[in-house]
Design a protein around this ligand. Structure first.
Ligand code: SAH
Length: 349
């Protein structure tokens, strides 16, 4: 096992069978060792700074019906909201005043989020705060739409691939969605010039070790600049409501492997990890993550953006808690890095 980790550190990859063995048979000592190596790799590039991104959940309406997500269309008891233009700008002001220099506009696939409407918001944020990075996470859109929003000033886009294995992908998503379109969207985003984020949940129903290896190999091929990995957490009003949450340890292992494969990638210690374990965020950082995304959504709406239950959105998960976050980070020898934290393309591997 140690030998496999050693090779992964040196070669940045392993063979399919080796990845499978590492994931299937990782014991606690191996996990400790690989986490240490991934932290070393992250520190070589990023020092002890952790980038912060202000997350603004702009709409909980969604036309999709993903089996895992509480915002799915057929969840009739979900409370729906959509922030208006002024509210979004207000969130940015709050975030900017707190020192944040990246805003992530995330939402369900809401037909009311037209290109015109988004363009105007992006344009305004760009003009009021010329020094911030604008990230979008609004699901699948056309090439023309992605291009238009890029031209308006958005430069990063998060679109997790969710499952590299097509069969698993189809089980988790409605018939209206296709694996090929998901991948095409990710490739379009890269081609347009976005810093692009991919990723998947750990422990979602039906996911095997082989599926995780497929995820690793797909991301190795596409080379996203950002990689989001968090445990699956059930939401009672979904078909996966009775399925248990993903394992924290397995999530930390995958974070570590991904860090070793992608030394320069921007990898968040996700809210899902912090939701499952009180110490989740720190454990994510101590497995190679280098980004945290405090919540900037107006507190009155936060609870309604329930992709899973009991989502952490207060304390150090929220923008009001940046001081708490700084303290938490200090305790493990890190600090908040308030710079935009763009992906550095000239950084050789
Ligand atoms: N509609 C956007 C944003 C989705 S929310 C899109 O399609 O990209 C962001 C991520 O949350 C998703 O990509 C998914 O991987 C994750 N997510 C959704 N439901 C979840 C759950 N029940 N547990 C853990 N993560 C979940």
């Amino acid at each position: 096992m140690r030998d496999l980790v050693h090779r992964l550190v040196g070669e940045r990859t392993l063979k399919r069978d080796e990845f499978r063995a590492l994931i299937a048979s990782c014991d606690s000592q191996t996990l400790e060792y690989i986490r240490k190596e991934s932290v070393r790799t992250a520190q070589e590039r990023f020092g002890h700074g952790i980038f912060v991104r202000g997350l603004i959940e702009i709409s909980s309406f969604c036309r999709n019906d993903c089996a895992y997500c509480g915002l799915r269309r057929s969840n009739r008891s979900a409370e729906r909201y959509r922030l208006n233009h002024e509210q979004i700008i207000e969130c940015c002001k709050e975030g900017y005043d707190a020192g944040l220099r990246t805003f992530v506009l995330q939402g369900g696939e809401d037909a009311s989020l037209t290109d015109e409407w988004l363009e105007q918001i992006i344009y305004d944020i760009r003009h009021i705060y010329p020094d911030v990075a604008i990230t979008l996470s609004l699901g699948e859109r056309s090439y023309a739409s992605y291009k238009r929003l890029y031209d308006a000033g958005a430069t990063r886009y998060l679109l997790r691939h969710e499952a590299a294995n097509e069969e698993l992908y189809l089980k988790l998503h409605p018939q209206t969605m296709s694996h090929s379109n998901r991948i095409a969207c990710i490739e379009n985003l890269k081609e347009i010039g976005y810093q692009t984020g991919m990723g998947m949940m750990i422990g979602v129903k039906g996911q095997s070790v082989d599926d995780l290896v497929d995820d690793l190999l797909l991301m190795e091929r596409i080379r996203p600049q950002m990689i989001g990995i968090g445990p699956f957490i059930p939401h009672r009003n979904t078909p996966l409501g009775d399925y248990p949450a993903g394992s924290v340890e397995l999530t930390l292992l995958l974070l570590s492997i991904v860090r070793l494969m992608h030394p320069t990638a921007l990898i968040p210690s996700t809210t899902a990890l912090a939701t499952l374990s009180a110490d989740g965020r720190r454990m994510g950082i101590l497995s190679g993550a280098n980004v945290v995304m405090p919540n900037l959504t107006p507190p009155s709406e936060r609870k309604k953006y329930a992709i899973y239950e009991d989502k952490a959105s207060s304390g150090s998960e929220a923008v009001e808690g940046l001081k708490v976050l700084e303290q938490e980070l200090n305790e493990i020898g890190y600090h908040i890095d308030y710079s935009r934290g763009d992906y550095k393309t000239n950084d050789t591997l």
